[in-house]
Design a protein around this ligand. Structure first.
Ligand code: GLV
Ligand code: MN
Ligand code: MN
Length: 420
C-alpha cells in the first residue's frame, strides 16, 4: 500500500511530516498519559488542543472564531460576497482512553488542505472553512454529535444548556471554566454552507485487509443511544436477607446480559453495546439503589434499529416491579445517511487522477458528516486503521494515507471553492 506513486508537486513528504507532528502534539493533550487519549469536551486538555488548533489556523492565515458551543472555525475568505463556505474538518474530543486519530485526523487534514491553499496562493471564490468540532463522542455530556447538531439547530439552545456531565456540571459552566463564551452565536444558517468534507479513520478492518488506502464513504449507519435507569432500594450488604432486596445492579445486569440476543435475532449486521455503567452509591458493602447504563444500537437499515429499540424497551419494562423501577430515555437518534452523489463522483474522479486505489465503503461509526448531510452536500473519505482497531490506545493510521487523502481533498476543495 505504501509504494503507490503520488504526484510530487504537492510536497507530499512535507505534508506527511506536518501531519505526524500535529497528530503527535494533539495526542499529548490527554488526561491519561501513557494510556491513550482522554480529551473530554471543555476539559483542560480540550483547551490545550483548541489553543494548538487555533494557533495553527492563524499561522496559515485563516480568520479564527469560535461559536457559542466552542466549535472552532478557521476561514479563508472567498472573492464572492456573502458566498457559502466549503467546510472541511472533524471533531477533536475523544472517548475515554481512546486513540490519537479518531477525530484529529480529520481536523489535521483540514489544516493541511488550507496550508496547500496558502502555499499555492489560491484565491477561492467560495470561502474555505476548516472546522474542529466539540463532543462528537458524547463522552462528557452524552448523546454525541453535539457540535454538528448544535450548528445545524438540531440541538436547541435550551437542550444544550440543560445538559450536565456525570458530576452535575452544566455545559455552560464547563465552557466558562476554560474561558469560552456560551453567549456567542450558535446555530448557523444552512445557506452559509456549500459543502462539508470529512476525513476519518475507518475504525474497522476492511481497507487494511483489502490493501486499499482510500475508502470513499457511500452511507453511514442509523444509530441510537438510549440511557436506561434502574432504581431500587439501598441497604446494608451484610444484614439485608437476599429475599428482601431490590438490588438495582442485579436487575441491570440481567437486562444487559440479554441485549446481545436482541441484536443477533434482528440480524442484518445489527449491533448493540452497553459501554457505560454507573452504579450508585458505588460502595462495596452497599446494595446499589440506582444504576444508569447506555445502550448503543446500530444498523445499516433503520427498521432494524427501530425494532431493537422496541425490544429493549419491552425488556427493561419486564424488570419493573418488586421494588425496582425502570425507565428508558433516548439521547440520540439518527437515520442512516447517504453521502451526496455529486461529491462522491468528485472524490472518485480526484482519487483516480492520483492513481490511488480506492473502494466504496459504508460507515458503521457515526460521524458529524451524517448530521450535516441534511443541510449541505457532504462527502467522506476513510483511510485504513491498523488491525481495524479504534476507540482504544492502539488505534493507528499511516500518515502517508492521511497525506494522500489531503491531496484528494485539496483537489476537491479547489473545485468546490472554484479556486484559481
Ligand atoms: C463515534 O465514534 C461513534 O460512532 O459513536
Ligand atoms: Mn469515535
Ligand atoms: Mn470520530
Amino acid at each position: 500500500m505504501n509504494d503507490i506513486q503520488i504526484r510530487s508537486e504537492y510536497g507530499l513528504d512535507e505534508v506527511q511530516a506536518r501531519i505526524e507532528k500535529h497528530i503527535d502534539t494533539l495526542s499529548n493533550f490527554t488526561a491519561t498519559p501513557g494510556n491513550g487519549t482522554t480529551r473530554l469536551t471543555y476539559s483542560k486538555e480540550d483547551l490545550q488542543a483548541r489553543n494548538y488548533i487555533k494557533e495553527k489556523m492563524k499561522e496559515i492565515g485563516l480568520q479564527v472564531r469560535e461559536d457559542g458551543f466552542g466549535n472552532i472555525f478557521g476561514k479563508l475568505e472567498g472573492t464572492l460576497k456573502d458566498a457559502p463556505s466549503v467546510l472541511i474538518g472533524s471533531h477533536f474530543d475523544s472517548v475515554p482512553n481512546g486513540g490519537s486519530y479518531d477525530g484529529p485526523a480529520g481536523v489535521v487534514a483540514g489544516l493541511e488542505v488550507a496550508s496547500l491553499f496558502a502555499k499555492n496562493q489560491l484565491k477561492p471564490k467560495y470561502p474555505l472553512e476548516i472546522i474542529a468540532l466539540i463532543e462528537e463522542e458524547g463522552s462528557r455530556f452524552g448523546g454525541g454529535l453535539m457540535g454538528s447538531r448544535g450548528i445545524v439547530g438540531m440541538l436547541s439552545e435550551d437542550d444544550f444548556k440543560s445538559l450536565k456531565d456525570k458530576d452535575g456540571v452544566t455545559t455552560e459552566e464547563a465552557m466558562v471554566k476554560i474561558g469560552l463564551d456560551p453567549s456567542l452565536p450558535k446555530k448557523r444558517d444552512s445557506k452559509t454552507m456549500k459543502a462539508f468534507l470529512e476525513l476519518h479513520i475507518e475504525q474497522g478492518p476492511i481497507l487494511e485487509e483489502k490493501g486499499i488506502p482510500i475508502g470513499i464513504v457511500e452511507s453511514i449507519v442509523s444509530l441510537t443511544q438510549l440511557e436506561v435507569t434502574v432504581k431500587g432500594q439501598a441497604g446494608h450488604a451484610g444484614t439485608t436477607p437476599m429475599d428482601r432486596r431490590a438490588d438495582a445492579l442485579v436487575a441491570a445486569a440481567k437486562m444487559i446480559a440479554q441485549l446481545p440476543e436482541l441484536a443477533e435475532e434482528e440480524g442484518n449486521g445489527t449491533v448493540i453495546t452497553t459501554g457505560q455503567l454507573n452504579v450508585f452509591p458505588n460502595g462495596s458493602n452497599v446494595i446499589p439503589d440506582k444504576v444508569v447504563f447506555s445502550v448503543d444500537i446500530r444498523s445499516g437499515k433503520e427498521e432494524n434499529v427501530l425494532n431493537v429499540i422496541e425490544k429493549v424497551k419491552e425488556l427493561v419494562d419486564f424488570y419493573s416491579g418488586n421494588g425496582i423501577q425502570t425507565s428508558v430515555e433516548q439521547l440520540l437518534y439518527v437515520q442512516p445517511k447517504m453521502m451526496n452523489k455529486d461529491i462522491l463522483s468528485l472524490l472518485k474522479k480526484k482519487t483516480s487522477e492520483f492513481n490511488v486505489p480506492y473502494c466504496s465503503i459504508n460507515s458503521g461509526a457515526g460521524h458529524d458528516a451524517m448530521v450535516f448531510s441534511d443541510y449541505t452536500d457532504v462527502g467522506m473519505l476513510f483511510i485504513p486503521s491498523k488491525n481495524g482497531l479504534s476507540h482504544c490506545p492502539e488505534e493507528w493510521s499511516d500518515s502517508r494515507h492521511l497525506a494522500m487523502a489531503v491531496q484528494i481533498f485539496y483537489e476537491a476543495a479547489k473545485k468546490l471553492t472554484e479556486a484559481e
